[in-house]
Design a protein around this ligand. Structure first.
Ligand SMILES: [Zn+2]
Length: 339
């Protein structure tokens, strides 16, 4: 197997190498400690070269598995102390029944990491924790581009995954295997951490996505693209495939299953591109206020903020509320008035 020079691919993902993943700040979400590495470890390793990335693991899988996840994340320079590795506290296998808590945790992540692109489990994953995380993520990440990733299953549990986006990880397959190898406690518990399975899955994705052997890829489904996650200036054209209708954009473009290299590009509307920066400015202004002032701002514009909410959650709630131009303006005015 011929691999490209790793340094030659640092930076953006070219048209030949698959979908251009938009966004400067990319959050990888997994229900359990090894999900991100299995589903998108190669893409994370690749994007870590040119973007700010973070890993967030929703379920508490115990101290041993957390340590394994820390070791893996450290390979990409991620750590809790650096603000780009996050652990949730809901016990393993309980995400479905604690969706309200999960939602608050994800809102906190929005406030703390301010992602503009999110990777999360596919919606029809048969694991209840994976499915719960997907559902809640869709409710919370309303301003972010969302990419869905699959976890390989045994044939009996598998349902077809309709990918519409492929990222070439040929130069990062060793990085992916090294990330997965950190989860030693899970080795042999399922098919998904077997190195041969990981390579075979990536090999198949490369054949499907790029129509040729000799490389490795990861397959995703673009759930929705958003203006805030447009690729930075000077990069390759956006080749995002059809969004699925979230975020007010009707489904359009290629049929499910089309690989992105042959799909028509979807152009992100120019007019909305300022919103991401605008939001960052508004968030910065809110961050500069005290907890009490944030609650006052909420009261002024009649957003029901509970005093029990911490500052980050209250800011996230205000920014969530400001989903229309009128509300946006009202929030902006209220911030000015609370100076
Ligand atoms: Zn999992």
């Amino acid at each position: 197997m011929k691999h490209g020079e790793e340094n030659s691919t640092a930076g953006e993902i070219s048209r030949e190498q698959g979908t251009v993943i938009g966004g400067e700040r990319i959050l990888f979400l997994g229900a359990h400690c090894d999900d991100i590495e299995i589903g998108c470890g190669g893409t994370a390793a690749r994007l870590a070269r040119s973007r700010a990335i973070a890993f967030a693991i929703a379920a508490d899988c115990g101290p041993n598995r957390k340590d394994e996840a820390r070791t893996a994340a450290a390979q990409l320079g991620l750590a809790e102390s650096a603000g780009n590795l996050f652990f949730g506290f809901i016990p393993d296998n309980r995400l479905e029944e604690r969706k309200d808590v999960l939602q608050n945790w994800l809102k906190e992540l929005v406030a703390r990491f301010t992602p503009d692109t999110v990777f999360v489990h596919r919606g029809d994953d048969t694991h209840p924790d994976h499915e719960a995380l997907y559902k809640v993520a869709l409710r919370v990440f309303v301003h972010q581009a969302i990419y869905l990733y699959p976890i390989p299953k045994l044939a009996a549990q598998a349902t077809a995954f309709q990918a519409n986006c492929y990222v070439d990880i040929s130069a990062f397959i060793r990085a992916k295997l090294a990330l997965c190898a950190c989860h030693a406690s899970q080795a042999g518990k399922g098919i998904y951490l077997d190195p041969e399975q990981i390579k075979a899955t990536a090999c198949n994705a490369h054949v499907t996505g790029f129509g040729k052997t000799g490389g490795y890829a990861e397959a995703f489904r673009i759930h929705v693209t958003r203006a805030a996650a447009a690729p930075p200036p000077g990069t390759s054209p956006t080749r995002a495939a059809a969004p699925e209708g979230q975020g007010g954009r009707p489904p359009s473009g290629p049929a499910p299953g089309d690989s992105v290299p042959t799909a028509a590009p979807t152009v992100v509307p120019e007019a909305k591109q300022g919103r991401g920066a605008d939001k960052a400015a508004l968030r910065a202004a809110l961050n500069g206020r005290s907890h009490g002032e944030i609650l006052e701002i909420g009261a002024e514009i009649e957003v029901g903020l509970s005093p029990a909410m911490d500052k980050a959650a209250a800011i996230a709630a205000l920014l969530d509320w400001a989903s229309t131009p009128e509300r946006w303006e009202a929030l902006r005015r209220a911030i000015g008035g609370a100076a």
